[in-house]
Design a protein around this ligand. Structure first.
Ligand SMILES: [Fe+2]
Ligand SMILES: [Fe+2]
Length: 233
């Protein structure tokens, strides 16, 4: 059972579908998953008991809702080698494709809607460029350096642990760019005069952001945690 001292990441492990609720409530389950309900409530200036009740209500509702094919359960049971392969195929490649698709679309809506939404779109365009750079460079670092090192050394050395911690720092950077994007667009809300391309682009951005959240959660709270714990045994 959960209580106000339960960590956000442990709630996600219990109920994957709660991620939607956390996204809507702007509760960070990936980079700050170690925070407890009480700590999050404190930051948001709300009562921990109210937040706990809301979370429990959502968890109950999720029991009746069909799960969205989120495969955290399966992911948890994979070997390190399988986890790496799955992260690359299911997240790195998928997000690379999304970044590639969104880039020209965002440029297009910036030109077409500049007169009415120039300020917001200029900022979004610039945040997206930062996120694209951050993620693409981060993926290659994981794929070419840190993941192979982890696979070669089942018992982590302090040097490898340092590299893993560097990746977590990158995750926080990406997470804070994403938070700015969410605040700027009120969670990718399309303005009333937005065209179909506007809507399509915002849908893709939302898809990207949700995927990055699950991706970071799998790395920080499942794979890295499992890897680093193996040192302590
Ligand atoms: Fe990754
Ligand atoms: Fe990563």
């Amino acid at each position: 059972m959960i209580n106000t001292n339960t960590k956000i990441e442990d709630i996600v492990k219990l109920d994957n579908a709660i991620m939607d609720f956390f996204n809507k409530e702007k509760i960070d389950f990936c980079c700050n998953g170690h925070m407890t309900i009480e700590e999050v409530a404190g930051e948001k200036n709300i009562s921990p008991q109210d937040l706990l009740e809301k979370i429990e209500k959502n968890m109950d509702a999720n029991n009746f809702r069909e799960k969205e094919g989120l495969d955290l359960e399966k992911f948890k049971d994979l070997s390190l080698k399988e986890m790496v392969a799955s992260l690359i195929v299911d997240h790195h490649n998928k997000e690379r494709d999304l970044l590639f698709e969104i880039d020209p679309l965002l440029n297009k809506i910036l030109s077409v809607h500049y007169n009415h939404h120039g300020k917001e779109l200029m900022k979004l365009h610039s945040l997206f460029a930062d996120l694209k750079k951050e993620l693409e460079e981060h993926f290659v670092k994981e794929e070419e350096v840190t993941f192979p090192l982890m696979l070669k050394n089942e018992n982590p050395s302090p040097e490898i642990i340092k590299k893993v911690e560097d990746l977590e720092v990158d995750h926080e950077k990406a997470g804070s760019i994403i938070k700015e994007m969410i605040d700027l667009t009120s969670w990718f809300k399309v303005p009333e005069d937005g065209c179909n391309t506007y809507e399509y682009t915002f849908n893709l951005l939302e898809k990207l952001v949700k995927d990055v959240f699950v991706h970071i959660f799998k790395e920080n709270s499942i794979m890295f945690e499992k890897y680093i714990e193996s040192e302590e045994k």
